[in-house]
Design a protein around this ligand. Structure first.
Ligand code: AHR
Length: 500
């Protein structure tokens, strides 16, 4: 019998709701088709946003949405995306398939989407190919309330009141697609650009996100902080509120990537092993951040994460369209448990990407749509949003079919919500073993337990022919004991238990 020990009285960090954030780029069919179809579309929409997609996203309580990229952000000139649509400039989306971007989805449309979703806005600015003035004016356009050239322009375009801009990224992947800069150069550019990202609305300040490292580039983290960190109280009044980190799971490496749907048990464990690497990355980048910021006031912002496979056969390689299986459900469950456990440092994370790109929660086909296994994990984990992480520990053993790609059999995280309910999310990575779990809740009397589960075979997926192959099912296998609760977690599953 595996032991899971939970200490409800040992409250740890708050799990910021933004850890459950999403990312939507002008890439493939994410924005266009996936979210935005335009007001004249036969697909039911509200102000151009697909009603079916928006309703499904509201269900998982999307807390924050990052836009417009990604690599696209450092080539995006926001003034091309405002004003009458027929006058908007067309551009080439050089990063993603070389298609024509008609700029029909711009700033006003993004904030309309955020309003419909009820989520915060995270806008990523252009440092790679844009000017300081352009970045500064964008923030003025979005947030300034009084009389100014940019607020006048906003009003002329139909929006008198400013919007709330919760987060602003000062460049994206500036070590790569965002300008190929070295850390010292970027860090000085960050200092300069962020100066002009003004906080006009002090009641709703905009947090500034500095571009952080690619995967294990610890030198980038160290060098950027060395140049940017200010040892003064001013530091925490808007100089740098977050430092990003990007990490994708490629089962067979960056070059080959690997199929999204056809894989064997070796690749299953290899993929999950790679998902675990997130934990090491957070710890090691976090240790460097601790040297400068021991009080953890600067958030680690994992604003791109997820699986990245070879595109679906027959689709545009530049569109990054991929299917989603139980393996993705497990990657999501494992990763979100890791984020919860590191919520003292990780303040936001954004799955890449929301619809039709990489590890999406939704796939669309014309007027049709489906929810992926990853969607269901976000739906079960939503109860952790803004809850208090509890001290917990699960006994594990290493499993796998190859020495090199072993993984712990189970992962967990536990939180207490504002009503005092305890939420346990547990993943079983084994393809063969169910595990009986004895849960000990110290100094706590459990009165009621209910559960829900996503469970299946490793390559199970939802298709337009069979949309409910993978879904959330009720889990009735948990019973209350003297010490806590007891249940058996089936192989290849993600479980959510609510204890009252
Ligand atoms: O999410 C796809 C791409 O991955 C983003 O545009 C970029 O930031 C990253 O390399």
């Amino acid at each position: 019998m595996v032991k899971l020990v939970i200490h409800p009285s040992k409250k740890q960090s708050k799990i910021n709701k933004e850890i459950y954030g999403h990312f939507s780029e002008h890439l493939g069919r994410c924005i266009y088709e996936g979210i935005y179809v335009g007001e004249d579309s036969p697909i039911p929409n509200k102000n151009g946003m697909r009603t079916d997609v928006v309703e499904a996203l509201k269900e998982i309580k999307v807390p924050v949405l990052r836009w417009p990229g990604g690599c696209f952000a450092d080539e995006y000139h926001w003034k091309d995306g405002i004003g009458p649509k027929e006058n908007r400039k067309k551009m080439i989306n050089t990063h993603w398939g070389g298609v024509v971007e008609d700029n029909s989805f711009g700033t006003h449309e993004f904030f309309e989407l955020c309003e419909q979703l009820g989520c915060e806005a995270y806008v990523n600015g252009n440092l790679g190919s844009g000017t300081v003035q352009e970045m500064s004016e964008w923030v003025e356009y979005i947030t300034f309330k009084g009389v100014s050239p940019m607020s006048d322009l906003r009003a002329k375009n139909g929006r008198k009141e400013p919007w709330k801009l919760a987060f602003f990224g000062v460049g994206n992947e500036n070590w790569g697609c965002g300008g190929n800069m070295n850390p010292d150069f970027y860090a000085n550019e960050y200092r300069r650009y962020q100066t002009y990202v003004r906080n006009y609305d002090m009641e709703n300040p905009t947090a500034k996100i500095c571009c952080g490292a690619n995967v294990d580039d610890y030198e980038w983290t160290s060098d950027v902080l060395k140049t940017c960190y200010r040892h003064s109280p001013v530091q925490f009044h808007g100089f740098m509120d977050g430092l990003s980190l990007h990490y994708y799971v490629h089962p067979e490496g960056w070059e080959i990537k690997g199929s999204a749907t056809e894989f064997d048990d070796k690749v299953w464990y290899k993929t999950l092993n790679k998902a675990f690497y997130m934990d090491e990355l957070i710890r090691r980048h976090g240790n460097i951040m601790d040297e400068y910021d021991p009080d953890k006031k600067i958030g680690m912002i994992v604003d791109e994460w997820g699986t990245w496979y070879t595109v679906e056969p027959g689709t545009n390689p530049g569109f990054l369209y991929q299917q989603n299986t139980m393996r993705d459900a497990l990657v999501a469950g494992i990763t979100l448990n890791i984020f919860n456990k590191h919520s003292d440092r990780v303040k936001m994370a954004n799955l890449a990407q929301m619809v039709n790109v990489l590890q999406s929660v939704i796939l669309t086909d014309g007027a049709d749509m489906l929810l992926t296994p990853t969607y269901h994990i976000f739906n079960m984990y939503k109860y952790h949003q803004d809850a208090q992480l509890l001290d917990s520990f699960v006994e594990t053993e290493n499993i796998g079919v190859e020495e090199e790609w072993q993984v712990p059999n189970l992962t967990e995280s536990v939180s207490m919500d504002a009503d005092g309910n305890i939420h346990i999310t547990l993943t079983n990575l084994s393809l063969t073993e169910d595990y009986p779990v004895e849960t000990i809740l110290t100094d706590y009397e459990a009165k009621e337990v209910k559960g829900e589960i996503v469970h299946g075979e490793m390559t199970d997926k939802n298709t337009f022919e069979d949309k409910e192959c993978v879904k959330v099912c009720e889990f009735t296998g948990a019973e209350i004991t003297e010490k806590g609760i007891r249940f058996t977690i089936p192989r290849c599953s993600v479980l959510h238990l609510t204890v009252k």
